[in-house]
Write a new protein. Sequence first.
Length: 146
Amino acid sequence: MPDHPAHEPQEILAERLNTLLDVVEAESGQRYTFPDIKAAMEQRGVHISRQRWHYMRAGTGPMTTDFPLLEALGDFFGVPADFLTDADPEIPDRVAAQLELLRSLKEAEVKNFAARSLTSDLSPETLLAIRDIIDQTLEQQAGERG
């Protein structure tokens, strides 16, 4: 989840929806589009407009209190409906595992970028020092999160 916590209910919902979309993309390699969401909601007997989906994902506009819609979205993403709206929910194991994997991948991207960008002009000692700084910073951030 993001470093800065959402405070307003509609921001919490937006954060959770976007997190679930990221998790699904990490698991399957494909990102859901609005037509995918709309079709899944219609299969569950619930209507969602493109405008409402946009507001829900952006965290703008009034908070969606349509419980059948929230329940259908939770069912679709494989999480309890409460996960979408509770300020301090229990994170489902599947979501927590995927978020940790995404963090690890981002950390690896930072290391790879630094290695590609800096290797041509720096001594091996300097490169090792940079690697150590990156590792220490990432460990420190992990300690602050957990």
